[in-house]
Write a new protein. Structure first.
Length: 219
């Protein structure tokens, strides 16, 4: 069983290797300000970033402020975001969150975890996306790729996103949290996929206990 010291050292090596592999990794959602990123992140639930980026240009032109979303006609907003899926629930979340932003934050998206998670439809994942990419505050965005890849890398045993975030906060240097998230997510999409991970071409192979297990099993 790996010791905490060994795991911590391996995590730092993973961070350095990921930086070499994906030096230009960034948020895949297109946005110009915190409000646009908030809306895009809500729409990205159960939807590809590519699809969201196709929908948001017209959406952002139609609703340039939190007040505009808060006073929108639900049916119109639903039509504009329909292709992202679950559009009724997303519309409710967007309108309710923007109402709260207008009423309690003067129309400006708040920049703290405490305030963000109080917004309807906003959990720690969405809050960390905003903190890391719109406000420059390091955050670990635990999505399905982060769950899968970090479990395979042996950096957590948990499946619960909050517990995984807590594990990673102990292992990953804080200033690297946002970029680590981008790089792991990129790696999960490109190499460490759910059904067919490309272990033979993985730049993290020597640091991955999962690959070691598979290698021993194939002998």
């Amino acid at each position: 069983m790996e010791s905490e010291v060994s795991r911590s050292g391996r995590a730092k090596k993973i961070v350095r290797q990921l930086a070499k592999m994906y030096p230009h990794a960034r948020c895949a959602l297109h946005f110009e300000n915190p409000l646009e990123l908030l809306i895009a992140t809500v729409l990205s639930a159960q939807c590809t970033d590519k699809r969201v980026n196709m929908v948001t240009p017209a959406l952002f032109r139609r609703y340039p402020t939190a007040k505009a979303y808060a006073s929108a006609r639900a049916r119109e907003l639903e039509r504009m975001i329909a292709s992202t899926g679950f559009f009724r629930n997303k519309t409710k979340s967007i309108m309710a969150a923007c109402e709260r932003i207008v009423e309690e934050h003067g129309g400006e998206v708040p920049g703290t975890m405490e305030d963000l998670v109080k917004l309807p439809g906003v959990g720690r994942k969405t809050a960390n996306v905003l903190l890391g990419n719109a406000f420059g505050t390091p955050g670990l965005t635990v999505d399905t790729h982060m769950i899968r890849v970090n479990r395979r890398l042996g950096l957590t045993r948990h499946t619960d996103a909050v517990k995984i975030e807590q594990d990673l906060m102990k292992l990953i240097p804080q200033k690297q949290w946002t970029m680590y998230s981008h790089r792991i997510i990129h790696h999960g999409r490109a190499i460490c996929q759910a059904r067919k991970p490309a272990c033979e071409s993985c730049g993290l192979a020597r640091l991955c206990p999962k690959i070691g297990v598979l290698s021993r099993a194939s002998r």
